[in-house]
Design a protein around this ligand. Sequence first.
Ligand code: HGY
Ligand code: MN
Ligand code: MN
Length: 414
Amino acid sequence: MELRPTLSIDRLIAELSALAQISAAEPPVVTRIVFSEADLRARAYVKGLCKETGLEVKEDAVGNTFARWQGSEPGLAPVATGSHIDAIPNAGLYDGCVGVLGGLEAIRVLQQLGFKPRRSIELVIFTAEEPTRFGIGCLGSRMMAGVLSPTRALTLIDKEDRGLEELRSNAGFRGSLESVILAPGRFHQFVELHIEQGPLLEQEGIDVGLVTHIAAPASMRILIEGEGGHAGGKLMPGRKDALVAAAVLVLALEAAAKSTGAVDTVGTVGVCEVFPGAVNSIPSCVRLETDIRDIDAARRDAVIDKLKTACEEVAEGRGVSISTEMVNADPPAACDPAILDAMEQAAKAAGKSYKRMVSRAYHDSLFMARIAPVAMLFIPCRGGVSHRPDEYASPEWIGGGVHVLARTLAMLAS
Ligand code: HGY
Ligand code: MN
Ligand code: MN
């Protein structure tokens, strides 16, 4: 089908900007933690746009949101696109939101062109792609794929000791958590548009990335308990300083990640909580949250093993007690060749340059891949910067991604 989508990129940029104003932080900083007041206002805003577009909007028991454009053969499993609108603290306005509002714009373009989908097209807004609240990423899509069981989900608590049950019901989401699990075949195919969150497309001057694999993320919590004490009265010999022990582990993770010799191995300690946190008190307890990834799961797991060994050695050497907890250690996902080919055809028809590449960030597509064929479509982001307020994707880059997405959806839904 020959499509010449006419995009209203100005409207899309205005909507992205309007969404970015809905933040727990002062704009241009975006902070939107799942089930927070800002998250609920953002959901209402996006659902309003979906309803204006004539989509049928439904939500599941944890707030995953499905906006459907009914196809001519409703008995066929729909094609879906979408991403997330929650954002970590001190984030930008494009991560996730480009895939949600860009997916909506792709649907509007096809509607304006008079395209009639045979398969329904659904825009999905996933709950809690970011790990900020509960320490685990992709909460909504994990539950949809049955990777995170309702029983385990009910054990999740945030830093204020509030659990999923309390937070989801306060946010107005009801129903059994079992009902979130999707039967295989619920979706025919899933395509996610997202900023690259890396520098390659911009550096190489390429319009879109066709993602072939999504890296394998893992997260491990480390609790270090020492003795604490008076910073003046307690002399250096015999101290059991939990923060110094933690510092050794932070360096050990960096060394382990670098030791694989593969550029794809990354290790980060993004959270370090120090107790009691008084300048004149020796830290008695430190909680670290570590993020370890690679496109090769075995290589990633070797880094985790090295970090665990370092924990044992530091505990022994410094007389502190160290416990570890694996939050998640997910396999990588391979994207679907047929969808990749469709995206390649769409890029050619749209006159956009493209390259096949891996995703080093994880996305809801990682879990959607458990229940449907998936692929991701990347657009450049300036300097590869993401998870910072200066994250930026130009209207031209965004427009190119939406154009290719619209053509891809038209092919898949025909
Ligand atoms: O951390 C990630 O890869 C994603 O941006 N949540
Ligand atoms: Mn993110
Ligand atoms: Mn994202």
